[in-house]
Design a protein around this ligand. Structure first.
Ligand SMILES: Cc1cc2nc3c(=O)[nH]c(=O)nc-3n(C[C@H](O)[C@H](O)[C@H](O)COP(=O)(O)O)c2cc1C
Length: 359
């Protein structure tokens, strides 16, 4: 299945080099006005070419709406939008069915689909499929903002260089959304420069680097989600793993909680006027799978781009011999920077689905 969501459901279709990619979103509220320029500006943040650290591929990401929206107003019918693929270099990938790229999906997908899968440009496993995710997510972000719920993310680290972290208890809207307004999505510009240097140095060496994206949701009311498979952590995690190259996620204090005492980790409750808040937020805004009204905060680990320009060991699936592979083509030396809006988009779709589910 290429779909996610219960009440607000997104289905993503297309392959990296098919005629088009796109998404159908069902369950969007009728009558809501969507700012298409704002949506396109959001899509631009994901497209390559904003910064020298991204791929040289050109991916003009302007969506064409086929149905579900008239003059910017949602009709309540399923909304389908497509993006035409226009900058494919299919010859770059012709050998990969025989000699699969280490740590890309070439080998696993060939086994899974008996060799019938479209391998060009990574087929449905390409980061390009985060563009339709951003169409649905960009719409969801606008609908959430009307309810006072805001989602923002930034590059928390790249190659070990760390950005300033969000304050888990008190995140103001301007700080939350500030990284998204910059060509390189960080809070601290000096840290961003060091990250860019690390990316460009890896690129010059034909290599790649990974990174961590931190995302927060503010304005989310308490009481959404549930135990077991209804848990908000599970739903957000499932959405995040739809983004290629995501290999881990942690909420609140995350894995660091294993090194804390209960007395350090517990988030004490206190009244702020009539509202119950916590003075720390190690829970990341979720307890028992249910939102507690504090900012939802999580970090996503992105691996280094698998397509590197160094010689690597692989196998020849025709001759059944060990061999080597030298990849050509245009690849992102660090996919984490371009994945920041995709993380916001996936989170927005989850949160909107949760809110509609509780209505
Ligand atoms: C925005 C974005 C851009 C990406 N660009 C590339 C790329 O240029 N080259 C590449 O090998 N992988 C790229 N990837 C990662 C691969 O799609 C991914 O590693 C691959 O499908 C294997 O899936 P997995 O890493 O989730 O196991 C990109 C991912 C994202 C999110």
């Amino acid at each position: 299945m290429s779909s996610m969501g219960d009440k607000v459901k997104i289905e993503i279709f297309g392959e990296s080099h098919s005629a088009a990619i796109g998404a159908t979103i069902c369950g969007l509220p009728a009558g809501e006005k969507i700012d298409i320029d704002e949506l396109c500006a959001f899509m631009e943040r994901r497209a390559p070419g904003r910064d020298a650290t991204s791929t040289a591929r050109k991916e003009p990401d302007r969506p064409e709406f086929l149905c579900g929206i008239v003059d910017g107003v949602l009709t309540g019918a399923p909304l389908t939008a497509i993006i035409h693929n226009s900058d494919q270099h299919s010859r770059d990938y012709s050998d990969l069915r025989v000699r699969p790229r280490p740590s890309h999906a070439d080998y696993a997908a060939s086994v899974r689909y008996g060799g019938a899968n479209d391998i060009r440009g990574g087929g449905p496993f390409s980061g390009r499929l985060t563009a339709p995710l951003c169409i649905g997510g960009g719409i969801a972000l606008q609908l959430l903002a009307k309810r006072g719920i805001y989602i923002g993310a930034h590059l928390a680290s790249v190659a070990g260089v760390k950005d300033t972290a969000f304050d888990a208890v008190e995140i103001d809207k301007d700080t939350l959304l500030s990284a998204g307004k910059k060509p390189f999505p960080v809070l601290d510009g000096a840290a961003g420069e060091k990250m860019r240097e690390a990316i460009l140095s890896a690129k010059a060496d034909g290599d790649s680097v990974g990174g961590v994206i931190e995302c927060a949701v503010i304005g989310m009311p308490a009481g959404h989600g549930g135990p077991l498979f209804e848990g908000v952590e599970g739903k957000i995690s499932s959405a995040m793993f739809a983004i290629p190259a995501v290999k881990g996620i942690e909420f609140g204090s995350g894995f660091a909680c294993t090194e804390m005492l209960g007395s350090e980790h517990n988030d004490p409750f206190v009244y702020e006027g009539e509202k119950v808040v916590t003075t720390t937020n190690n829970s990341g805004g979720i307890q028992g799978g249910i939102t507690n009204g504090m900012p939802i905060i999580f970090r996503v680990a992105m691996k280094p781009t698998p397509s590197i320009l160094k010689e690597q060991n692989t196998v020849n699936l025709e001759t059944k011999e060990n061999t080597t592979l030298l990849i050509h083509g245009r690849h992102d030396p660090c996919v984490a920077a371009r994945a920041v809006p995709a993380v916001e988009a996936a989170a927005a779709l989850c949160i909107l689905d949760l809110l509609e589910g509780n209505n």
